[in-house]
Design a protein around this ligand. Structure first.
Ligand code: PLP
Length: 477
């Protein structure tokens, strides 16, 4: 399997060649040159597999330059109940992603049983094990630099902690994350994890990461890398749970289902799109945004109009607060019939700070074939949905999942069973749960006293040089 760039001007590469990198050299995103197809016989054979065996069946089609025995070992180590043990009452950790049936034809797929209680663990845990494996083979090292407002940073740290050859330097805005998120990150005592709290807001932290990444000499000298959501291995790992959720919610491979997906950077739902392109019977992919509705606007009007970072709303579903969707280019590449010249033309407008509009073009006419629907949700909707789920089903959901459920119920076709992806646990977003339900969210056993653990963090002013000095001191190699 070779991977090509959505902009068409980079040489094709293998899975392990693109594993540690980010964007292709031409600025595009990598995709398989052809999506592997899943036959009916394979679907039948996969229906009753365990999560790890299913992940191996799916990922073997993508990571075909890793010897099968090695890949199997990495996957078995990743998708084990010991890692996804933060299940809630009534769910079985052995399922890794348990399906909860709310009523006939309405389900939620729990993707947040990993160490940081958000779905990002599903892919990031695999990435940690793949990185360690590849770096070990190449006798190389990697210093991961990132900025986080919550979910991504903790997920990366828990995936990389204690890994040979890897260090993580994670910048976060001082005092801006929830107490739970702060405690999750700062209580890690592993010597390869460095928490750097920046006096400022998330954008200050993000700007420092960009400035360091643009210093190519520094980046090369200190082997700086990232783990952002455009990483192909992350997207491919997310394809697996669409298959798992489909099998859990249906009795035969003749049935079709709908998925509703709380979306920000279009990584999660991009995996659903690819699962459908591979032949999984998905009748509808329902994209839900919060007040930051750049993607909902596209699916309703054909206009893709990224906002400036200063026009991003800070909402109670903060992990979906994005102004442009970094994975969206992958979908447009498919929508445009894989015409890389067209993608270059459209993104030259995006990169100039402008918008594009496909209404009235053949691309708009092709859109229905991809089976997307979309909608948006606001703070009042989240409160209402969290309350309704609690009152009707006795199930507590988080704010992101609430966005997905609200839009899913609005947009679903009655003939299709609906699977709502649960992307985080309510414990991470206490304040909104208190507002909605007047009570504290449930916490998985073992995480009760996390705020009282000793914390390991350095505080810095928002200054690139200070961060570079810190990296130079702590990154050997
Ligand atoms: C990251 C995240 C999302 C958005 O996922 P994308 O892949 O960026 O679309 C939704 N919910 C939660 C809880 C997240 O952490």
């Amino acid at each position: 399997m070779k991977y090509i760039s959505t902009r068409g001007l980079s040489p094709a590469k293998t899975f392990t060649e693109i594993l540690l990198g980010g964007l292709a050299p031409d600025g595009g995103l990598y995709l398989p040159e052809k999506y592997p197809q899943v036959t009916r016989a394979e679907l039948d054979a996969w229906r009753n597999l365990s999560y790890a065996d299913l992940a191996f069946a799916v990922l073997s089609k993508f990571a075909d330059d890793i010897p099968a025995g090695d890949l199997k070992r990495i996957i078995d180590k990743t998708y084990t109940p010991a890692v996804y043990c933060n299940t809630r009452a009534g769910s079985n950790a052995r399922d890794i992603t348990p399906l909860r049936t709310l009523e006939p034809g309405l389900h939620s797929l729990e993707l947040s049983n990993g160490p940081t209680l958000a779905f990002k663990d599903m892919a990031m845990q695999l990435l940690g094990n793949l990185f360690e494996y590849v770096l070990d083979k190449q006798r190389d090292e990697l210093n991961i630099l990132g900025a986080t407002s919550g979910d991504t940073g903790s997920s990366a740290e828990y995936a990389m902690r204690g890994k040979r050859g890897i260090r993580v330097f994670m910048l976060s805005p001082l005092g801006k994350m929830s107490h739970f998120q702060t405690a999750q990150m700062f209580s890690l005592q592993d010597p390869n994890i460095f928490n750097i709290a920046i006096r400022g807001v998330f954008d200050n932290a993000q700007d420092i990461v960009k400035a360091v990444s643009n210093d190519h000499a520094f980046k090369a000298k200190h082997k700086i890398g990232t783990v952002n959501s455009i990483n192909w291995a992350r997207v491919s790992a997310q394809i697996v749970y669409y298959f798992k959720g489909y099998f859990a919610a249906t009795k035969s491979n003749d049935e079709q289902v709908a998925f509703s997906v709380p979306s920000g950077n279009f990584g999660n739902i991009c995996a659903g799109h690819i699962a459908r392109m591979m032949g999984l019977p998905i009748g509808q992919l329902i994209l839900a945004t919060n007040e930051n509705d750049v993607l909902d606007e596209f699916f309703r009007t054909g206009v893709y109009r990224p906002r400036g970072a200063d026009h991003t709303y800070h909402t109670s579903s903060p992990s979906m607060d994005i102004s442009k969707a970094s994975n969206f280019e992958r979908f447009i590449f498919d929508l445009a019939g894989r015409d890389a010249a067209k993608v270059r033309e459209l993104w030259s407008r995006v990169e100039a700070g402008s918008a594009f509009d496909i209404k009235g073009t053949p691309y708009w006419d092709a859109l229905p074939q991809f089976h997307f629907a979309s909608g948006k949700s606001c703070h009042a909707d989240r409160i209402k949905t969290i309350r309704e789920l609690w009152e009707e089903y006795g199930v507590m959901i988080d704010t992101h999942t609430a966005d997905g459920l609200k839009v899913g119920l609005e947009q679903r076709r009655p003939s299709l069973p609906l699977i709502c992806l649960e992307t985080a646990q309510p414990a991470k977003f206490e304040e909104t749960i208190r507002e909605a339900l007047g009570r504290e969210p449930e916490r998985p056993a073992g995480l009760e006293g996390i705020e009282n653990l000793p914390q390991r963090v350095v505080v810095m002013v928002a200054d690139v040089h200070a961060v570079k000095d810190f990296i130079t001191q702590h990154a050997a190699g």
